[in-house]
Write a protein that binds this ligand. Structure first.
Ligand SMILES: NC(=O)c1ccc[n+]([C@@H]2O[C@H](COP(=O)([O-])OP(=O)(O)OC[C@H]3O[C@@H](n4cnc5c(N)ncnc54)[C@H](O)[C@@H]3O)[C@@H](O)[C@H]2O)c1
Length: 309
């Protein structure tokens, strides 16, 4: 799909981070947007950022973990826009905890949003996408769908499965009009830690961000970790631009950021020991990466409230 103008794009998790900037950049490219988000305030902020573009925007308060709501969504989008050309299954959350200390409720929370919702949404939207002369399904995994580290068991379980599911779909739909993409971002400066849950009953000494924060002389609370994460990743607008370039170039696997590419390479070269070099990667790339937004996009209000718990 080379041209996004006049296309209809559905984006989940459109209230923040990459979802928000996918909406902005698609609107800038002339696409009409169905912005879906669980957080009403965040959704309103995103739609306000789209106000200056001459495209149609519909807002959908949506909990992607609600299967019935996902199943009802295509008809709501059709009622507003007439058809559906692109679906970005982007919404995601995280829990920072060892598996043994993680409440089952936290496991289910991440699993349902990060994996089950992607599957349910793909099932619900594919019949509509297949009606279009060209269409795209874009599922967000992570570099954590390729490598693992401690305290992220449920996130890895979901993101590895999103990758497997999406790569299989890409093969099954190869001769259809639907191009299928799996997105693997590295560290992107978003609100995912602000919105996440951290099991405070124990403290990790190994977590990459914490190690780097220690080296940089920073504290260890969720607020400090969230601020560090948001301020030191690639800007979400840059990540979204890379994702959209990947869709334009029909790349079935879209790697976002040098860190994602290097970590993927490291796990291929040294599958059992790659994590030993991560702190070095993380520290170097944290200092070097471009944290500024791309030019010509509307500025956003900073979201500081915890959205989902
Ligand atoms: N930020 C990173 O470094 C990074 C790296 C790899 C992968 N990812 C993935 O990228 C995607 C986007 O994350 P982000 O970093 O932009 O995070 P973010 O927290 O800034 O944005 C995620 C959005 O999803 C929304 N959301 C959460 N639960 C929802 C639900 N049940 N229903 C609907 N919306 C919901 C949140 O309210 C938020 O607006 C996620 O799938 C995430 O796992 C992020």
């Amino acid at each position: 799909m080379k041209d996004f103008s006049n296309k209809i794009a559905v984006i989940t998790g459109a209230g923040s981070g990459m979802g928000r900037y996918l909406a902005v950049l698609l609107a800038q490219a002339g696409a009409n947007i169905a912005a879906c988000e669980i957080n009403k305030t965040a959704l309103a902020e995103t739609t306000a950022m789209l106000a200056d573009y001459p495209v149609k925007v519909s807002s959908h308060i949506l909990d992607v973990a609600d299967k019935a709501a996902i199943e009802a969504l295509p008809k709501q989008v059709i009622a507003e826009h007439g058809c559906i050309d692109m679906v970005f299954n982007n919404a995601g959350v995280t829990v920072d905890s060892t598996f043994e200390d993680m409440p089952e409720d936290d496991w289910d929370w991440v699993f349902n949003i990060n994996l089950q919702a992607v599957i349910n949404s793909s099932r619900a939207f594919l019949p509509y996408l297949k009606q279009r002369p060209e269409a795209a399904l874009i599922n967000t995994s992570s570099i954590f769908g390729m490598i693992t580290r401690e305290r992220q068991s449920v996130y890895h379980t979901a993101k590895f499965a999103v990758r497997g599911f999406t790569e299989c779909l890409a093969k099954e739909l190869k001769s259809s009009s639907v191009q299928v993409h799996c997105v693997h971002p590295g560290h992107i400066g978003t609100n995912i830690i602000t919105n996440g849950r951290i099991n405070k009953s124990e403290e990790s000494t190994n977590s990459m961000e914490r190690l780097v924060m220690k080296v940089l002389g920073l504290g260890n609370s969720q607020e400090e970790l969230a601020a560090f994460f948001r301020n030191n990743g690639m800007h979400a607008s840059r990540a979204s631009q890379i994702i959209l370039d990947g869709v334009r170039k029909k790349r079935s696997r879209i790697m976002v950021g040098t860190d994602a590419k290097l970590m993927d390479l490291a796990q291929r070269l040294t599958p059992m020991h790659y994590e030993k070099i991560f702190p070095l990667f993380t520290l170097t790339l944290t200092l070097l990466r471009n944290k500024k937004p791309i030019k010509g996009i509307p500025s956003e209000a900073k979201i500081t409230t915890r959205l989902t718990n």
